[in-house]
Design a binder for this molecule. Structure first.
Ligand SMILES: Nc1ncnc2c1ncn2[C@@H]1O[C@H](COP(=O)(O)OP(=O)(O)OP(=O)(O)O)[C@@H](O)[C@H]1O
Ligand SMILES: [Mg+2]
Length: 365
């Protein structure tokens, strides 16, 4: 458990954070959010004593952090810094093993831990272990940063915009993976982000800061439904009902879909059967099970070859990944004018669909 009690950090005349009080429960994922310069990174640094408060107190599991030697404190606290910060001349395995090494772990203990963590973050150990940071994509480097913070199994994780430098698709995958990891490990996490959708998706509770002060601390649901004042209302924006959708994952609302391979030897027959069953749309897959397009079964009548009714549409345009949120799925529907969105796995294979009706049920429309 982390408690901040009236914490102020001044630089000269200015307070980077001011009279900040909040508690993060053990096992809770707390997201700090707010405009640039509002004091998010400062708050993290105050928690692990990279800087000391001008006033007030930080307690870790009920003990004043000021009474714990900073080195000891940092063993309990994994820290993912804002710009990844992997050591360029160390391999991936050496980077992940930095803290265990500082703690005096023997190589026989560190090596399997590194393997375990690489698997946990979804990177094949045999492929990644010996790479150097320059040989990694931005998203991979950020995952390694997360693995490094987890290496010595600290109960507390501080993460400063850990997925900030990744493109939206990979960010979505990292968020889904991180949620999966957190459900298993139940760390006490303070996670900083600029991205409200990310906050809503990940947080048990959100702390909204403005100019060094706490404005509202609440569950994502409450922050959206009961913004405390005009600042919060403006911050969360007009489409609050839709933002809630960030909390729901496509994977949890996946439905089975009807699909047919373009290369099925019984293509025409199958189309006839599906039509007879009263189906309206069929997804069409390519040779490798990736999405090729769809058929509106109303359009096949009178066609000599039903393949002429296939509308070609690539997965990258109309589909979402199972790691996406329903908000992502909705924006795909609105952008493409379709009521049902196909869902692909990481390899781009069709695995099901989500529909506007399912989303409406959640928003209560
Ligand atoms: N070492 C320092 N000396 C003087 N002022 C500082 C120092 N560190 C931070 N500040 C100021 O404190 C305020 C809060 O900074 P902080 O880095 O916590 O912001 P942030 O919320 O993390 O912003 P961002 O979203 O841009 O990362 C800013 O106004 C910053 O200029
Ligand atoms: Mg910052």
């Amino acid at each position: 458990m982390i408690e901040l009690k009236g914490v102020t950090k001044r630089y000269g005349e200015n307070a980077a954070v001011e009279a900040l009080s909040f508690t993060v429960e053990a096992g809770e994922l707390c997201v700090l959010i707010g405009p640039s310069g509002c004091g998010k990174s400062t708050t993290l640094k105050l928690i692990n004593r990279m800087i000391e408060p001008s006033e007030g107190q930080v307690l870790i599991d009920g003990r004043p952090a000021a009474a714990v030697r900073p080195e000891l404190l940092r063993r309990q606290i994994g820290y993912v810094i804002q710009s990844v910060g992997l050591f360029p001349h160390m391999t991936v395995a050496e980077n992940i093993g930095v803290v265990p090494r500082l703690l005096g772990w023997r190589a026989e203990r560190t090596a399997p831990r590194v393997e375990e963590l690489l698997s946990l973050i979804g990177l094949e150990p045999s492929l990644y272990r010996r790479k150097y940071p320059r040989e990694l994509s931005g998203g991979e480097a950020q995952r390694i940063g997360v693995a490094r913070a987890l290496a010595a199994d600290p109960p507390i994780l501080l993460m400063d915009e850990p997925f900030g430098a990744v493109d939206p698709l990979n960010r979505e995958i990292l968020q889904a993976e991180f949620l999966k990891i957190q459900r298993r490990l139940r760390k006490t996490v303070v996670f900083v982000t600029h991205d409200l959708d990310e906050a809503i998706r990940l947080a048990d509770r959100i702390v909204l800061l403005s100019r060094g002060r706490l404005v509202q601390i609440d569950t994502p649901e409450n922050l959206l439904s009961q913004p405390k004042n005009k600042f919060v209302r403006n911050f969360v924006g007009g489409d609050r009902a839709l933002k809630r959708l960030s909390r729901f994952s496509v994977a949890d609302h996946l439905r089975e879909s009807i699909s047919l391979s373009l290369f099925d030897s019984r293509f025409a027959e199958r189309i006839g059967e599906l039509k007879a069953e009263g189906r309206r749309f069929v997804w069409i897959t390519d040779r490798d099970a990736s999405l090729f397009g769809w058929v509106d079964l109303k359009e096949v009548d009178g066609l000599a070859n039903p393949k002429l009714a296939v509308t070609h549409a690539s997965g990258s345009d109309i589909a979402v990944r199972s790691s996406a949120s329903l908000r992502e799925a909705l924006s795909r529907m609105l952008g493409q004018g379709i009521k049902v969105v196909p869902v692909l796995d990481e390899e781009g294979r069709l695995i099901g669909e989500v529909s506007l009706a399912d989303i409406e049920r959640i928003t209560g429309a």
